[in-house]
Design a protein around this ligand. Sequence first.
Ligand SMILES: [Zn+2]
Ligand SMILES: [Zn+2]
Length: 332
Amino acid sequence: MREVSEFGKYRKRTLAVMMVFAMAITSGTPKTTVYAEEQSVTSAGISVQPEEDPVTPESVQPEETAVPTVEPTTTTQNTLVVKKKKCSYPKKIYEGQTFTLKGTLKANHKIQKVQASIKDEQGKDAVAIKKKANSNKFDLKKIDDDMKFSKLEAGNYTYEIKVSDSYGNEKVALQKDFKVKETTWAWPVDGGSKGDGFHCGCSVHGGRHLGVDIKGVSKGTSIKAIADGTVVYAKYHQAARRSSFGKLVIVYHGNGIYSYYAHCNAIRCKVGDKVEKGDVISTMGETGAAYGTHLHLELRKGPAFSGNYNSYDFLDKYTYKQFDPMKYLTKR
Ligand SMILES: [Zn+2]
Ligand SMILES: [Zn+2]
């Protein structure tokens, strides 16, 4: 216990210096009992010394390096203090969006366990994580991958991070409300209505038509991007007559989300084009496995765009999984 005895010396020396200091400032009427009392209760008294004191240069060392060298007193055991350093967290995100929780929690005790949860409006856990720690610092990066913000449906949530120490103290270190907003994208054509997929031969798997067909719009009508993005595919889909998308445009919207526009009559964009919501990318047609003029629109979630334009991989339904476009498109 060399460190403790050294600290003891340090305390004695500090006390002596403080008494001298106290005598100096009170001009001959030292109230030493006040300072002595502070010293016996908590080591925190050390930090009240003026930093410019030339006699004890050690006094300027940060508190965090001095505290762990001494047996914790009853006072410090009972209080777990957690400070937040450079923390950033979401206040509002959109469905499907990922978010990185950043920052460090710093405690006066060794953190033993960190419990993070995202609670829905009913107070039920949408996400719950437990992590062990063995340090008085905890980097939020360690729980970030497990937070799964992108899985949350639209609604109001609270996330909470609870920290426990080895004395059984528990403290809510972070508690924030945030909102997941519904993503509403533009309808891709002026007019038209949702079809039933009967006249669409493509993307039918096990009798189920994936995506949404838009009918009732004449051939040559403009098709517009439903949201901002980058054109990553713009060419005829070579496949069997009964399963071809025909002339196909795929737009990448970020966060692994892609929109597919099939059976176009003419393509009015090229790969690499940056498009905004409402920009014309193609026209209505019946190329590929289409029976009558219609737009077959799909939304898919897959890996982030790799830079490989016109890749046949975009047609792989297991890597790029369809989800219901009507959840995101303005209802008509
Ligand atoms: Zn189709
Ligand atoms: Zn279709």
